[in-house]
Design a binder for this molecule. Structure first.
Ligand code: SF4
Length: 423
């Protein structure tokens, strides 16, 4: 199987229109709601103080002159999409960019609109999850109180490393000392659930350095850690510097050793891996990301935000100017639309669920594969992955990665997706 063929198929998108995705809301025709009715909402705030060198997220350096217009536009989109979510929201995740860079008065405006137009009862009762990504430098008492007053109950802080030299290599601008005080400020305001993001395999980083980062993180009152290996995305400054020879990439063996060390250290401190790169204390998994990985429906607002609604997938325009100045009855212009397609839905499901410790519901995916005349090829792929030792048992009700298989999660996903490509 040609690995790239599988992923390029997933990337084939037809350009669509807002109307194709949100026809029900725009025509006034009531949508058919079912268990897939969106219970999750993603909001993208694109502003950052500066561009970190490894980052390929959609973000723009904030000059604060467009924040006000942005918040008004976001509220218009939020009102438009609220028609698609009549049931209480279970999860909201605000990512970016740096959401904590948004002015507190504009946060209040957005949070008020959320309460006015969505059913926030589960989140208000603390039975749902409302997460906001924060940069440690930008967390103030005022912001923490505004967020908590608007029902935010979880914060995800981009620590990345506690080693000043490694942060410098990443061109990540924050003082590592600020992480602890930001958590303290958030928790004093009532946002008790905190998660840290860490990056490993940074050029020059040793196992000892990584261990220092992990121990520092574990000394803090947090319940969740996301630890990702540094990746060199095309078009980033980090990749350009690598090509220029400014540093060398961590060898694969060291990266694998760092991954194993991270799992063992976190596990021995009560953090279980529930996804390839995500670790939580019992009951503290990120519900929003689980909804995404399990391919449930979620709404998405803001520039470059991607959503999944009744088997339509779409991506909002990433250009802030287009986002601010064009709209279709409140909805954002769409730059990417994938209409319902059972084969691609199954590929997406396999690609994300196999990365979870709970694994993939093999019975259900085989049933769908059968309808697509692909069950034999899919089973052959599962048997091959089991023979390699990557998944535990091809004949069990769930396909789960073995400890070694977690290092080959992308390869397993490619095998599954390849099995679903039509001859
Ligand atoms: S703060 Fe986050 S989103 Fe902004 S540039 Fe850095 S990595 Fe990218």
């Amino acid at each position: 199987m040609a690995d790239n063929t599988a992923f390029s198929l997933l990337k084939q998108r037809s350009i669509g229109t807002t109307r194709a995705v949100f026809q029900h809301a725009l025509t006034g025709e009531p949508p058919h709601f079912n268990d897939q009715t969106p219970r999750s909402l993603y909001i993208h705030i694109p502003f950052c103080t500066h561009k970190c060198h490894y980052c390929d997220f959609y973000s723009i350096v904030d000059t604060r002159d467009r924040q006000e217009k942005f918040a008004s536009r976001l509220v218009r989109e939020l009102i438009a999409q609220s028609k698609l979510a009549p049931l209480p929201l279970r999860t909201i995740f605000v990512g970016g960019g740096t959401p904590s860079l948004l002015r507190p008065d504009l946060w209040t405006k957005i949070l008020d609109a959320l309460h006015d137009h969505f059913d926030m009862s589960l989140i208000d009762a603390n039975e749902g999850e409302f997460s906001v990504e924060c940069n440690p430098e930008t967390v103030t008492q005022e912001l923490a109180h505004v967020l908590r007053s608007g029902s935010v109950n979880r914060a995800s802080l981009g620590a990345q490393s506690f080693n000043a030299a490694h942060l410098k290599t990443l061109e990540r601008w924050h003082d590592p000392e600020k992480v602890s005080s930001a958590i303290n400020t958030l928790q004093q305001a009532g946002i008790k659930r905190c998660s840290l993001d860490l990056i490993y395999a940074i050029p020059g980083q040793t196992i000892e350095h990584l261990n220092n980062d992990l121990q520092t993180a574990l000394s803090m009152p947090i319940e969740h850690i996301s630890a990702y290996a540094l990746t060199y995305e095309p078009g980033t400054a980090m990749t350009a510097r690598l090509v220029r020879g400014e540093f060398t990439q961590a060898p694969d063996e060291l990266e694998a050793e760092m991954y194993d060390h991270t799992i063992a250290t976190l596990r021995s401190n009560g953090f279980e891996r529930y996804e390839v790169s995500n670790h939580a204390k019992p009951g503290a998994q990120c519900m929003h990301n689980l909804a995404y990985w399990r391919q449930q429906d979620w709404l998405a607002i803001g520039p470059s935000a991607s959503g999944h609604f009744q088997q339509h997938r779409w991506k909002n325009t990433p250009r802030l100017d287009d986002y601010l100045n064009k709209d279709d009855e409140g909805f954002a212009p769409i730059c990417d639309h994938e209409p319902p397609n059972a084969r691609r839905e199954l590929m997406d499901l396999l690609m994300t669920t196999i990365r979870l410790s709970e694994g993939t519901d093999a019975i259900s995916v085989m049933k769908t594969a059968d309808q697509l005349n692909a069950s034999q090829k899919l089973m052959r792929a599962a048997i091959m992955c089991a023979d390699q030792g990557w998944i535990r048992n091809a004949n069990s009700e769930r396909w789960t990665l073995s400890d070694e298989g977690f290092l080959f999660a992308d390869r397993v996903a490619r095998e599954f997706i390849g099995a679903l490509i039509e001859d």
